[in-house]
Design a protein around this ligand. Structure first.
Ligand SMILES: *[C@@H]1O[C@H](CO)[C@@H](O)[C@H](O)[C@H]1NC(C)=O
Ligand SMILES: *[C@@H]1O[C@H](CO)[C@@H](O)[C@H](O)[C@H]1NC(C)=O
Ligand SMILES: *[C@@H]1O[C@H](CO)[C@@H](O)[C@H](O)[C@H]1NC(C)=O
Ligand SMILES: *[C@@H]1O[C@H](CO)[C@@H](O)[C@H](O)[C@H]1NC(C)=O
Ligand SMILES: *[C@@H]1O[C@H](CO)[C@@H](O)[C@H](O)[C@H]1NC(C)=O
Ligand SMILES: *[C@@H]1O[C@H](CO)[C@@H](O)[C@H](O)[C@H]1NC(C)=O
Ligand SMILES: [Zn+2]
Length: 367
């Protein structure tokens, strides 16, 4: 569309909206939680399980309260702090893969299934569930409360061998802290109906692709078998990174910041730093379980650490885009540089003609 015409249309729409008023009750609920983009030939749908209030100081007891508050305020985050719980559905055109599943019946009100349906799919359509790890907010959605309760009756559950070995081991459960004991019990319970029909298939990281375009990389740290899934199509990669961050506004500026329930805090910090370096270097997209919904974005070096750049919304996800930014690093723009050669030369003439055409259009409308 001609840019001038587009601007006039937009202005008219805003004007007309202002003319209408009605005393209807405020609705006050969030919209359906799904977000869609294409990655090469793969369709990626972020699904929201909801968002939960979490006190960051409780999860990061060693963080300086003053610095933590400042980091929060710097990122415009109000109290209480909310944390999104996201899962990612990938339609390769031959398989439907769900990476993580939210909390299900384990915590509060899970919204994965309603959002999966809102996004145009049914739970029985899912062929593979890949779990990043066996914490409740990632595995919980595979099973409804009570039994048998398989939410994804046609899916095979994949997870790393190390993760299965740790959480499904009675010795480890008996030796665990009180707070983690529930998670051992939940892992058993959640997976039981899938084990019963031989649909749990742990993998060893020495394997190649799990499916064409899907590679798993397991890094002990947050849990013994915490796994990232690298999904690639059409020369583009998105790294579905599970719990590499819980509080991106604190752990990207300071990747050393660990959470109290990391299985091995130094290894969790090391895994985070390595992965952040890699995705910045390769300019991969990231899909994060706990970044603000949809949890998809890119990373950029900042001082200190890294910045999160949320993915841009496109109402037409299948638009043929050219990602020429992927190969570009270190681009900076100095003040005034963007306007110097183009806008300043005849911007005011263009502006004046736009204003005239807007008023002409309004006049026609009111007449
Ligand atoms: C996806 O599948 C449909 C139906 O099987 C087929 O027509 C289409 O060509 C496929 N698209 C790609 C990119 O493979
Ligand atoms: C993974 O495979 C390697 C090589 O076959 C083997 O040495 C290792 O024990 C396996 N790890 C697990 C957790 O099964
Ligand atoms: C359970 O884990 C312990 C170590 O924590 C190990 O010695 C034992 O062999 C494991 N049991 C099974 C059945 O793998
Ligand atoms: C039990 O847990 C403690 C610390 O949590 C650990 O040091 C010890 O090795 C564990 N014992 C077994 C048998 O796994
Ligand atoms: C997408 O755009 C590129 C560059 O403009 C073009 O080469 C390619 O053929 C287009 N692909 C489709 C499917 O339209
Ligand atoms: C803007 O300026 C350029 C160069 O001075 C000129 O060629 C062009 O016609 C101008 N466009 C408008 C819309 O005034
Ligand atoms: Zn989590």
């Amino acid at each position: 569309m001609d840019p001038q015409l587009a601007f006039v249309t937009f202005t008219l729409a805003v004007f007309l909206q202002g003319c209408m008023s009605a005393a209807v009750p405020q609705v006050k609920s969030a919209g359906p939680g799904f977000f869609r983009l294409m990655l090469g030939d793969f369709e990626i749908t972020a699904l929201s399980d909801g968002s939960v209030e979490i006190d960051p100081q409780v999860l990061m007891p060693e963080a300086s309260p003053v610095a933590l508050r400042r980091a929060r305020q710097h990122a415009f985050i109000p109290l209480p702090v909310t944390v999104s719980v996201n899962a990612f559905l990938i339609n390769t055109n031959t398989s439907l893969v769900l990476i993580d599943t939210g909390s299900g019946a384990l915590v509060g009100e899970s919204k994965i299934v309603q959002n999966l349906r809102a996004a145009g799919y049914r739970p029985e359509d899912v062929d593979h569930v890949f779990l990043t790890h066996l914490h409740g907010d990632h595995m919980g959605g595979v099973k409804a409360a009570g039994s048998p309760g398989m939410i994804f009756p046609n899916a095979i559950i994949r997870l790393s061998q190390a993760e299965a070995d740790y959480w499904l081991n009675a010795t480890n459960a008996a030796n665990s802290s009180v707070i983690m004991k529930d998670n051992f019990a939940a892992a058993q319970d959640i997976l039981a109906p899938y084990f019963a029909v031989d649909r749990v298939k742990p993998f060893n990281i020495t394997e190649g692709e799990l499916l064409p375009g899907f590679r798993a990389v397991t890094r002990m740290g947050h849990t013994p078998g915490h796994t990232q899934y690298y999904v690639e199509s059409g020369g583009r990669t998105i790294v579905v990174w599970g719990d590499i961050t819980h509080f991106e506004w604190a752990q990207l500026p300071d990747p050393e910041l660990t959470v109290a329930f990391d299985y091995n805090e130094p290894e969790a910090a090391k895994a985070r730093s390595e992965l952040l370096e890699m995705v910045v270097e390769k300019r991969h997209l990231v899909a994060a379980a706990h970044a603000p919904f949809p949890g998809i974005g890119n990373l950029r070096r900042a001082t200190p650490g890294f910045d999160w750049i949320p993915v841009r919304y496109d109402s037409e996800p299948t638009r043929n885009t050219t990602d020429d930014y992927v190969a570009v690093t270190g681009t900076t723009v100095s003040p005034g540089a963007i306007g110097a050669t183009t806008v300043k030369s005849n911007g005011s003439a263009l502006g004046a003609s736009l204003v005239i055409s807007i008023f002409t259009s309004l006049g026609v409308l009111m007449a």
